[in-house]
Write a protein of this length. Sequence first.
Length: 73
Amino acid sequence: MATEIKLETGGSVWKVLVETGEEVKAGQMLFILEVMKMEVPYEAPAAGKVSAVFITEGDVVEEDQLALTLDQD
């Protein structure tokens, strides 16, 4: 089952901490957005494998934009 991680707000991508194919644990940091000079971390909602990453560091992103997909067992 694939889980889509969408952005809750617009901003700029400060750090992407995972790559396609990487195994992640529940609660592991996936990426960090910068929103109005504040860091907004996004964590994995469950354990799984990153199947695709749609953002890169420096991107300007919008609310509800798809950031990555996570395949869960």
